[in-house]
Every structure is written in structure tokens, then in C-alpha cells.
Design a protein around this ligand. Structure first.
Ligand SMILES: C[S@@+](CC[C@H](N)C(=O)[O-])C[C@H]1O[C@@H](n2cnc3c(N)ncnc32)[C@H](O)[C@@H]1O
Length: 401
């Protein structure tokens, strides 16, 4: 299934005809972390020379095609602010197919940059997200789709619309291949979980539950199909472990025998590091953000811990206030951030400046600036500039046909 729309370019055209950005170092030339001030499409093309196949994790939180402006003032930042005194931090005025193509172009480059074990998380809202899912399927392959995560973003609101309130957005998670980096993050048990799942108490006061000692499937010749203490695993099943280990567990008091002589393995609450994380997450965004649409830092840390390791390279090409970059910095990952907004770059610099790395040193990063702002994509014929919104000069888009 492929989504079609007017002026959709071929992948080959996007990769070959997009012009690279010329970048100049403002400071920090030798640092591994990079903050790039420029339009992410040509910048991504430039990054291909050095980083193709080398990025371990991408998180992006692009504009959501809201057709609005996001403002930033001295005292507060706001989404769709009405104060005339506030500056526009960024505009989000590409809509419909133009927005989808804008995103698709960037995703095609991001796929090239990702390493074979890499993953991408794309943050989007419920209004445009389902169209974006089709684009993600097309670029990354349906087989590499991992999750559509529901993120609870705020407290319930009193909507006046004739519709249910909206407290969620979505994060589409894809991998580059079948074997992505995965650290199986756990969610802590709630008090309710503990009481429901670990109903038994051992003599020494530890909460525990029991699970069957056998699992589905018969073993043809292996030890796990053999008798243990004169008992064979039930028909169609095999012991979870070889009889020698079951014997060891029994000696250590880790097996509970029922009155009918059925053995089960004890599982202690204090030995579990939580439960499997599911696909509904609650990470509300900051009430007093540094930048409009700034995301929750713990959300980013959670994603980075799940899908990358220390020393890995993390990229966010819509970095805004740099939440992803901060998470990467705090978790010892190397990072690359790109944004075209002056306010975004200023905010990242400020936030990075506030992280103490040691008593005497600051976070090291290279700041690069795109030299020519208006990058003309080479000959996609015939070609004309136009702006999607009548009011706002947004992003130039190139039409074909
Ligand atoms: C939703 S905000 C990202 C917020 C970020 N996740 C945070 O926590 O602060 C989207 C960002 O994308 C940037 N952006 C939009 N189009 C861009 C483009 N073509 N090149 C670079 N940055 C762009 C905007 O300036 C804005 O800062």
C-alpha cells in the first residue's frame, strides 16, 4: 500500500537532486557533538558524506501541520500565542500533501544515515499521524514497524468541540533492520500490580508468585524432555530448564510443590526489575517550557535508554530546544541536532550551558551554520517556488509536472 499525491518525487530524485548545505563552523570545531543551524534537508544531505550508516538512533518531533505559529516571548513561551510582542520561534504552515512530501524527503535521508541496528522514533499528532504512518511504512518498510506508541501528553482538558478531549499524541517507532539495538526497558510495578501479581508471602516475608516449570513444545532428544524426580513434562510440553538445574532450584527452595505433587517455580518481587513496558506511555510535557512544543526530557531519556547504548550517535534534525540532545548528553551518547530557528539554537546553547559536566568544563559541541539559507534543489523539471500559506513565507516547496 503506497500513499499517492500530487508532486510526489521519486526517491532517486530526492537523493540525487537535493543540494547539499555549505556549513561553516562557528565554534567548537573538534567536538564530536554537532549543533547545526540550518534547513535540515540540505544539511542531512551534507551529513551523508560522513555519517551514512553511522547514526544509531533518530528521534524527530517535526511540526505537526497545525497551520499555526509558535511564539516565544521574554516571560513565557506558548503554542499559537496571541501576543503581538512575542517573536515567532517557528512556523508550522505546510499542510496536506506538501507537508507529507516535506517529511518524506527528510525521512529518506534519515534512513540512509541510520546504522543497520538503528531505530527511528517519529513524534506526531492524531490529526496527521495516520497519513505519516503510511509514509513511514513506505520509507522504512512495514516489516520494520515496531510500535505506534500512545503518549499521554497533558491533563484532561475541557474542550468545547463536539468531540472527546485529546490528551495523547503518537510516536511511530521503526527499525532499520530486523535486529535493532533493544535494551528491553522495564516499567516499575505499581502497588496495585505488586498485590495482584505477587500474592504469596514466603516465610522470610518476601512477596512472590509461582509459574509452571514447563513450557509449550516437546523436546525430541534434549534433557528438557527427560524425567525429573520420576515426573515427565506433560504431553506437548518440555521442562523450562534441564533436570540438573531443576534439582539445584529445588535444593535452594525455589520450587513450590502443590499438595498434588505439581512443582512450580517461585518468582520473587524483589528480584524483578519491573514489568514489560507497554505501548501507552505517560510523559507530560513541561508546564513552563523553554521553547514552544518542548518535549518531556524523561520521555527522551527513556527512548534513548531503550534503543541506544553509551557512546552511540543520536540525531534529531528538528531539535527545537534540544531535549533529545540534552538526554543524549546526560546519558553519554554523542549527538547531532539540526534546527533552522534562531530561537531554537539560542535555547539549545542555553540549555547545554546549564549542564555541569565537571566543576571546570562545559559541554563540548561544534556549532555549525548553513551559509546560504535558500538552497535550490537541482533541476526537478519544471520547477517553481511557492509558499503554502498566504500569510507566512514558510518553506519553499518545489513542484513537478
Ligand atoms: C516541534 S518543534 C521540536 C521541539 C523539540 N522536540 C523540543 O523538545 O524542544 C519542531 C522544530 O522543527 C524545526 N524545523 C521545522 N522545519 C525545519 C527545517 N526545514 N529545518 C530545520 N528545522 C526545522 C522548528 O524550527 C522547530 O524548532
Amino acid at each position: 500500500m503506497i500513499i499517492t499525491y500530487e508532486n510526489k518525487k521519486s526517491e532517486e530524485d530526492i537523493l540525487t537532486l537535493t543540494a547539499s548545505a555549505k556549513l561553516k563552523t562557528v565554534f567548537g570545531g573538534k567536538a564530536g557533538n554537532k549543533l547545526v543551524h540550518g534547513d535540515n534537508l540540505p544539511v542531512l544531505k551534507t551529513l551523508l558524506d560522513r555519517y551514512a550508516g553511522k547514526v544509531d538512533l533518530v528521534y524527530i518531533d517535526p511540526p505537526f501541520s497545525t497551520n499555526g505559529h509558535f511564539k516565544i516571548g521574554d516571560e513565557r513561551v506558548s503554542t499559537i500565542s496571541s501576543s503581538n510582542d512575542d517573536d515567532i520561534a517557528y512556523s508550522d504552515t505546510l499542510v496536506g500533501a506538501v507537508f507529507l512530501e516535506f517529511l518524506r524527503e527528510r525521512l529518506i535521508f534519515l534512513r540512509k544515515l541510520l546504522s543497520e541496528n538503528g531505530s527511528i522514533y517519529l513524534h506526531i499528532d492524531y490529526k496527521i499521524g495516520h497519513y505519516v504512518k503510511l509514509i513511514m511504512d513506505e520509507v522504512f518498510g512495514r516489516k520494520n514497524f515496531r510500535n505506534d506508541i500512545t503518549r499521554i501528553k497533558c491533563n484532561p482538558k475541557n474542550f468545547h468541540r463536539r468531540a472527546y478531549g485529546n490528551v495523547k499524541d503518537m510516536i511511530l517507532f521503526y527499525s532499520k533492520s530486523e535486529n535493532p539495538t533493544w535494551n528491553d526497558p522495564r516499567a516499575p510495578f505499581t502497588k496495585e500490580d505488586e498485590v495482584r501479581l505477587f500474592k504469596k508471602i514466603s516465610k522470610d516475608g518476601r512477596m512472590y508468585t509461582t509459574i509452571p516449570l514447563h513450557a509449550p513444545g516437546e523436546t525430541a532428544n534434549g534433557n528438557t524432555g527427560k524425567e525429573w524426580k520420576g515426573i515427565k513434562p506433560p504431553k506437548g510440553r518440555h521442562w523450562r530448564s534441564a533436570p540438573a538445574l531443576l534439582e539445584e532450584w529445588d535444593k535452594q527452595g525455589l520450587i513450590e510443590w502443590s499438595v498434588n505433587g505439581v512443582p512450580r517455580k517461585k518468582i520473587f518481587l524483589d528480584e524483578k526489575d519491573g514489568k514489560k513496558m507497554q505501548d501507552i506511555w505517560e510523559f507530560k510535557d513541561p508546564q513552563y517550557p523553554n521553547y514552544p512544543t518542548e518535549k518531556n526530557l524523561d520521555l527522551l531519556k527513556f527512548i534513548l535508554k531503550a534503543s541506544s547504548n553509551e557512546g552511540d550517535l543520536v540525531l534529531d534534525c528538528f531539535c527545537g530546544s534540544g531535549t533529545t540532545l540534552l538526554a543524549a548528553q546526560e546519558l553519554n551518547r554523542t549527538w547531532i541536532g539540526i534546527d533552522h530557528s534562531d530561537h531554537a539554537i539560542k535555547t539549545v546553547k542555553k540549555r547545554m550551558g546549564s549542564i555541569p559536566t565537571s566543576l571546570f568544563s562545559k559541554v563540548e559541541f561544534e556549532l555549525l551554520k548553513q551559509i546560504e539559507k535558500k538552497v535550490v534543489t537541482k533541476k526537478i523539471q519544471p520547477q517553481s517556488h511557492f509558499f503554502e500559506s498566504a500569510n507566512t513565507p514558510a518553506f519553499p516547496v518545489f513542484r513537478r509536472g
